[in-house]
Design a protein around this ligand. Structure first.
Ligand code: DGL
Length: 225
């Protein structure tokens, strides 16, 4: 099966990591020349995500996975009705089925503003720091101090990169990873594994970040959409 998957940058790789347990041909686009998505308007997000889906459709993918919380919360219905001929899955729908009162969602400003989650905290500092590979401890401490529940959803796919730091700051918190939940729900068929990565800009620091998340072999190409 050919699977298209996308995010604003490296965050969606935390979803890909969960999906490659099921071997398939993956086509991943990280829009790192337009990151962050969390502070963009809905109109801009519509244009950016449509451009990426058209690119993935050119790769003849069988399904598309929105590996971005921001696009999932704001544009999932829009994209599903714009492209009715291809199955589109998003990382947030399975979470909405399981979330309870004892859960806080950490997410981007656009995701919080979408109103999909009752109890959500915007963490705008995290995505730029993660993409630069910089230390997030101070920002994380500030956001986690606002959490009054026993469980958190990492409502932005970049945040699972910080799981060790979160555990260090608050070892009691139960952490819900959207990619993991989606992977379990989809139960993809397994075939031959091939990982094709495409990013708006490829440099050494990106490769270093990717290698911290993905342990399998992959090819990577710089693509200007
Ligand atoms: N990984 C994206 C998400 O899940 C990050 C959005 C951004 O680029 O701000 O929301």
């Amino acid at each position: 099966m050919k699977i298209g998957i996308f995010d604003s940058g490296i965050g969606g790789l935390t979803v890909l990591k969960e999906l490659i347990k099921y071997h398939n041909e993956y086509y991943y686009f990280g829009d790192n020349t337009n990151i962050p998505y969390g502070s963009k308007s809905i109109l801009e997000l519509k244009q950016l995500s449509s451009r990426i889906i058209n690119f993935l459709l050119d790769k003849n993918v069988d399904i598309i996975i929105i590996a971005c919380g921001t696009i999932s919360t704001n544009l999932s219905e829009y994209l599903k009705s714009k492209y009715p001929y291809i199955p589109i899955y998003d990382v947030v729908s399975p979470i909405l089925e399981i979330i309870d009162e004892d859960t806080t969602v950490l997410a981007t400003t656009a995701t919080v503003n979408s109103g999909k989650f009752k109890n959500a905290i915007a963490c705008p500092l995290l995505v730029p720091l993660i993409e630069k590979g910089e230390d997030c401890t101070d920002a994380l401490k500030q956001y986690l101090a606002q959490v009054k529940t026993n469980k958190i959803v990492l409502g932005c796919t970049h945040y699972p990169i910080l799981i060790n730091e979160i555990n260090k700051i608050n070892p009691q918190l139960k952490i819900i990873n959207m990619g993991k939940i989606l992977g379990e729900k989809l139960q993809l068929p397994s075939d031959k594994l091939k990982i094709n990565l495409y990013f708006g800009k490829v440099d050494e620091s990106l490769i270093k970040n990717i290698n911290k998340i993905i342990e399998n072999d992959y090819t990577i190409e710089e693509i200007k959409l």
